[in-house]
Design a protein around this ligand. Structure first.
Ligand code: DGY
Length: 413
């Protein structure tokens, strides 16, 4: 297939994953609207349908909670092919949603979309919603000035080694029997293990039992870890929100100040043993012991650190394709298991936005070339083995198609 034919397939994937104002990430495995997937879907739509791009973000924000939180899953329609569904979350909203959030990339993508297509009035309507969401992160997910996650699913990088120090302390005694659905769609060797799922469900149970009281979840819940990826993303997203405010003639000084404060807090995430930014357990102070692709998002936040960049360059040179989600030199590296080693087009695209902002054009071009090569060889899969390019996870994946259209095949990061 040549690149024009791949463009056509990518557009067809977005269109066929459209369920009416929102896209599902992929048929079967993920049959609802996922938060950060949708923001990337909007970016992809903006290459051929500006109206539909804005609609994707509007539908996502229509499920925003009164607290400002934008949930990580919106269960618009029933589908029993996914577990845990709305009855397990027990949130009680309409539409039903999960009770946690996901990486706040919407402002970053909304700005990129607005750079490409019309839509100032639609951006204007989204602006206060994005601001409320960022405020929610600040009020509900901060510790030591760093953005934290209360569940690995909130990070979007579910089973990456970042969360190992927090996962070991999660008590799974009360979860009861359950039936996973993901391994009915995808090879179990490419998914998180049972011990991970037991802990994921223990965290959901804690949230449900306390009526999704976010303060209790943060202060007393089973898991709270500082996330370098979301911290870097939110610094960037706050600065992008400030830039959006300026475009709209609004006052963006508040999100700009939030970004500066977060940047000042970054030393708390600096792991001296690794000489790198790393996830850190808020309850115990223990750092993750491997460098993950989350740390590679520093440039997205405008954070330039020579040691960190040197580690990332080494990590990149250890693989053939893209930035791996875990360092191949780490004992925890598994090249095909979800976030424990594979390279993800979606993270590569975010890293590329950072590389471009830092003027690292040659690195950005290399990352784009390697990501495009994976898609040309393997198709529009969810993630890939960074050593040999084997396609992994779900097929006809929305954000991989979106990233092909918006970045990997054109370089507009
Ligand atoms: C899953 O179910 O695998 C998702 O990553 C949760 O968001």
């Amino acid at each position: 297939m040549n690149d024009d034919e791949l463009d056509a397939v990518a557009r067809d994937i977005l269109i066929s994953n459209d369920r009416g104002g929102y896209t599902i990430p992929t048929d079967g495995l993920y049959p609802f609207q996922w938060n950060w997937d949708s923001a990337f879907a909007a970016w992809g739509f903006s290459t051929f349908d500006a109206h539909r791009a804005w609609t994707e973000l509007e539908t996502l924000f229509s499920a925003q909670w009164a607290t400002g939180m934008v949930p990580h899953i919106v269960f618009h329609k029933e589908d029993d092919g996914y577990f845990p569904g709305p009855e397990v979350w027990g949130v009680g909203t309409t539409p039903a949603t999960s009770g946690i959030s996901q990486p706040p990339v919407a402002a970053i993508l909304a700005r990129l979309i607005h750079d490409r297509v019309d839509g100032t009035e639609r951006l204007r309507a989204l602006y206060p919603k994005m601001l409320a969401w960022h405020r929610w992160w600040r009020e509900s997910r901060m510790a030591h000035g760093i953005t934290c996650v209360t569940h690995p699913w909130e990070s979007g990088r579910d089973n990456c080694p970042d969360w190992d120090p927090g996962m070991v302390n999660v008590d799974t005694s009360g979860i009861g029997p359950y039936q996973r659905r993901d391994t009915g769609h995808v090879d179990a060797a490419m998914r998180p293990g049972k011990a991970d799922y037991d802990r994921y469900l223990a965290m959901v149970k804690f949230g449900r039992d306390c009526g999704w009281d976010q303060k209790r979840i943060r202060d007393d819940g089973p898991f709270l870890m500082g996330d370098p990826a979301i911290t870097f993303i939110l610094i960037r997203a706050n600065r992008d929100l400030a830039a959006i405010a300026e475009t709209l003639g609004e006052d963006g000084s508040e999100p700009a100040a939030w970004a500066d404060e977060m940047e000042e807090a970054l030393p708390w995430l600096w792991n001296r043993d690794l000489q790198a930014y790393a996830a850190r357990d808020v309850r115990t102070g223990v750092f993750a012991s491997a460098i993950s692709s989350g740390a590679a998002l520093g440039l997205l936040a405008g954070v330039e650190n020579a040691q960190m960049e040197a580690h990332l360059a080494e990590m990149w040179d250890r693989v053939r394709y893209g930035i791996p989600s875990n360092d191949p030199a780490a004992p925890s590296f598994e090249p095909r298991r979800y976030w424990r080693g594979p390279t993800w087009p979606v993270v590569n695209a975010l890293i590329a936005v950072g590389l471009k902002s830092a003027g690292r054009d040659a690195d950005e071009a290399r990352l784009r070339r390697e990501t495009a090569e994976l898609i040309r060889q393997g198709g529009f899969f969810e993630y890939f083995d960074p050593m040999d390019g084997t396609a992994c996870g779900g097929n006809r994946f929305t954000w991989t198609a979106a990233i092909w259209l918006a970045w990997a095949n054109r370089g507009d990061a």
